[in-house]
Design a protein around this ligand. Structure first.
Ligand code: AMP
Length: 395
């Protein structure tokens, strides 16, 4: 059998997403999700050939979840012994200062991911559980860690450095690490492939429930909106994005504790905090129904985006390509239109028809007019495929 596949795992604290991918063609042979791990009401959904198989059962740990996923593969296919399984790709949010690219998991890599839990306390520990469980079940296959931060490891010093006391920053390793790197790398690389050149000044906007902007020269990131953690930058579904740090001191003095502020900024702010909804479809609906909170939330959201596009256009010395991706970027024609309308003075001309009529067969979709000075694209992101490709390259 010549086919080679990669089993991609994205392990969260109470969930585990997976895809079995053929990295060259990008074909997904099967995918699924285990949810509510750690409870007796766990749920595993396995999708193969468009058919969904769902089981509800106790899932005390990730091990039971992965074991049940294996059972679902046995029952519904494909047969993992006959798909040319070459190894595993594990998504890791924080690779800190150690990882500039994907790495085969060994004791040293494992220890470094563990050390970095400090910087990603919600994510890295959960990824390690996924790695440990999969390595226990498949000890003979290579396990590759693919880091969200790797694309930003070589950000220029002037963009990765905060204007914070040097010694404190050094002592606590405080710098801009960025996030969504796998997506920005995939999308900006796809744009370069599409244009057949590596010299473009581009901005990629990953607009999903989490959101970030990235400025790239060709395939290289030069600035990005997420910082030490994925809290900084754009307005997101439930996160504040940029906010005066003095708001933290103020709330502390008013009696809130650190955990409460952390939850407030990460889970109760952004669009949800501004108007009570974090799904953009609901926010638009409410705005159409005349809801003033929804209207203001959309204005704050778009203004923040505009600021970043402006800043990055100046950092890049001009703009050749602007690309939208992720849930909102790929599906929300109105957000794209409203934003691009305001960019007319830098030469952006959006084609209303193209913007509203997606051709799902295309991996790159132009929405600007032929004579637009800035090319505006939609590129559906595919982080799992990017992880599978990085893994197979290393294997
Ligand atoms: P993601 O985090 O990339 O999966 O994006 C999820 C978000 O995409 C949802 O919370 C919605 O806000 C948004 N979204 C998905 N479909 C649409 C749509 N048709 N119109 C507007 N927003 C959408």
């Amino acid at each position: 059998m010549n086919q080679q596949t990669i089993f991609v795992i994205n392990s969260g604290s109470s969930s585990l997403k997976y895809q079995l991918i053929e990295p060259v063609s990008g074909d997904v042979l099967a995918k699924g999700l285990a949810e509510r791990i750690g409870t007796d009401r766990g749920e595993v959904t396995h999708i193969v050939h468009g058919e969904k198989h769902t089981d509800t059962l106790p899932l005390p740990t990730h091990k039971e979840a992965l074991n049940h996923i294996i059972d679902l593969f046995k029952e519904n296919g494909p047969d993992l012994d006959h798909v040319g399984l070459a190894g595993f790709g594990h998504r890791i949010v924080q690779g800190g200062w150690y990882f500039k690219g994907a790495a085969i998991v060994n004791d040293d890599v494992h220890a470094k991911i563990t050390e970095l839990c400090d910087l990603a306390p919600l994510h890295n520990p959960a990824h390690l559980i996924g790695i440990d469980t999969a390595m226990e079940l498949w000890p003979d296959l290579p396990h590759i860690a693919v880091f969200d931060t790797a694309f930003f490891a070589d950000l220029p010093e002037k963009t990765r450095t905060y204007a914070l006391d040097k010694e404190t920053a050094h002592k606590y390793r405080i710098r801009r690490y960025g996030a969504h790197g796998t997506s920005h790398e995939f999308v900006s690389g796809t744009v370069c492939d599409y244009l057949g050149k590596d010299t473009v000044r581009q901005i990629t906007l990953h607009l999903g429930n989490g959101a970030s902007a990235c400025a790239e020269l060709g395939r290289k990131a030069i600035d990005t909106s997420m910082g030490l953690t994925p809290l900084e930058g754009l307005v997101m579904g439930t996160r504040t994005g940029d906010i005066d740090p003095a708001v933290v001191f103020h709330l502390l003095r008013k009696g809130m504790n650190v955990e409460e502020i952390d939850t407030l900024f990460n889970k109760k702010s952004g669009m949800l905090g501004l108007c009570g909804d974090n799904d953009m479809r609901d926010v638009w609906q409410r705005r159409d129904d005349g809801d003033s909170d929804a209207l203001l939330a959309l204005q704050v959201y778009q203004n923040r985006l505009l600021k970043y596009i402006g800043a990055y256009t100046f950092e890049l010395g001009g703009l050749d390509v602007l690309t939208f991706t992720a849930g909102i970027g790929e599906n929300d024609a109105r957000t794209r239109y409203r934003l691009c309308e305001k960019l007319e003075f830098i030469g952006v001309k959006i084609d209303k028809e193209l913007n509203e009529n997606r051709d799902p067969s295309k991996s790159v979709w132009r929405i600007s007019t032929e004579d637009s000075k800035v090319l505006v694209l939609v590129v559906p992101t595919n982080e799992e495929l990017a992880i599978a490709r990085q893994a197979i390259r290393l294997i």
